[in-house]
Design a protein around this ligand. Structure first.
Ligand SMILES: [Zn+2]
Length: 123
């Protein structure tokens, strides 16, 4: 399952980023997924939760932001957000378009827990 390896590499990246920044573990990971990334967000969510459960030291939460499909027209240079898979320039109706957004999966942020583990309210 593709989403499973994506989830695993997201967790690895998040953990590495945390270590590099001196934090203990990631508590929340935010990714952006475009409709053409080939990643199904529901599957990724459950794959991520499974991975997080297996690695008990990483109780990370995954936040998925859907990014729009964006094309640029090769005729008039207009950039359009596509609500569907109708690959046509919204300005001039040309079909000579290039996808410039919506085909990637991006790790956009990692929220980490510090190594300061004093209980809250302690003096
Ligand atoms: Zn156009």
């Amino acid at each position: 399952m593709h989403e499973f390896s994506v989830a695993r590499s997201l967790l690895h990246s998040a953990s590495r980023i945390c270590r590099e920044q001196g934090f203990v573990r990631p508590v929340e990971v935010t990714v952006q997924i475009g409709p053409l990334s080939g990643v199904e967000s529901l599957l990724l969510q459950s794959a991520f939760e499974q991975q997080a459960a297996v690695h008990a030291a990483v109780p990370a939460r995954l936040v998925i932001e859907q990014t729009p499909l964006v094309i640029r027209c090769l005729d008039c240079e207009t950039e359009s957000n596509l609500p569907d898979y109708d690959f046509r320039c919204r300005a001039c109706d040309s079909r000579a378009v290039r996808v410039i957004g919506g085909d990637q999966l991006l790790l956009v942020s990692v929220t980490a827990e510090g190594d300061d583990d004093r209980p809250e309210g302690a003096p």
